[in-house]
Design a protein around this ligand. Structure first.
Ligand SMILES: [Fe+2]
Length: 244
């Protein structure tokens, strides 16, 4: 559940409407690296995470991305307030206006509507976290590009804040990946459990359980002896009861 707080995470007070800016800035809402994609990605992926700490990071970041959807929507709303017909035509905002008037609609700078095809939820902690790291860098690059093209400080300041948060999110996903790597069956592989069809773990796995015995190099996907599970609980964490 969420509790709504009636204030923006970062204030937006734009004095001068500028529909030409809104036309490309809208990609931060509904574009391939926009905030709607980010929140949808993380708030979907969290259900497939095997560790509570990582689920918590995805919930935190996904929730914050929702607040960024609100900031970008507010920027777009303020940039397109009280426009004259002439401003709409001369700014090139007419192509958006004819479909949505000045309503907030999630789309990219090219006009392509938001699509979940830009994100993934794979149910694999390493796959999903690597996607998340890339997503944060792509969002940071998008904000770099927006900041290169915007001069108005009323618009620049909230975007500078949003860019900064992408860097923080990247760092948090790096922490989450560290948690996953720490608990992986074999530290020389970049996935949680080694499937039977994969090659042997080389160099020999250094994962050591709490009782001091070295973890097995390979794990059968089909039958895991209960004794093995007892000695190596972290290796079989996928079977640990999830919080949801
Ligand atoms: Fe982010």
């Amino acid at each position: 559940m969420w509790i709504y707080q009636k204030s923006l995470e970062y204030p937006v007070k734009i004095k001068n409407p500028d529909p030409a800016l809104a036309k490309f800035i809208i990609t931060a809402l509904g574009g391939p690296d926009g905030e709607l994609a980010a929140s949808t990605r993380y708030l979907s992926q969290r259900f497939g995470m095997p560790y509570r700490e990582v689920t918590g990071i995805l919930t935190d970041v996904g929730t914050e991305e929702l607040s960024h959807v609100e900031i970008v929507s507010t920027i777009l709303y303020q940039l397109t307030r009280n426009l004259s017909d002439r401003q709409i035509k001369e700014s090139g905002f007419d192509t958006y206006f004819v479909d949505h008037t000045a309503g907030i609609y999630p789309q990219g700078a090219s006009g392509a509507p938001f699509t979940a095809a830009v994100l993934q939820s794979k149910g694999d902690i390493f796959t999903d976290l690597n996607e998340d790291l890339a997503a944060e860098m792509k969002a940071r690059t998008m904000y770099d590009n927006i900041l290169r093209m915007v001069d108005d400080p009323d618009v620049r300041e909230p975007f500078k804040f949003l860019r900064e948060r992408e860097v923080v999110h990247y760092q948090r996903f790096a922490e989450a990946l560290g948690i996953a790597q720490e608990r992986a069956e074999c530290k020389s592989n970049f996935y949680l459990t080694t499937p039977t069809f994969d090659k042997n773990c080389t160099p020999p796995c250094t994962n050591v359980c709490s009782t001091g015995c070295a973890a097995k190099v390979r794990t059968s996907e089909i039958q895991i002896p209960s004794e093995e599970k007892r000695h190596h609980p972290s290796v079989y964490a996928f079977e640990v009861k999830r919080p949801y």
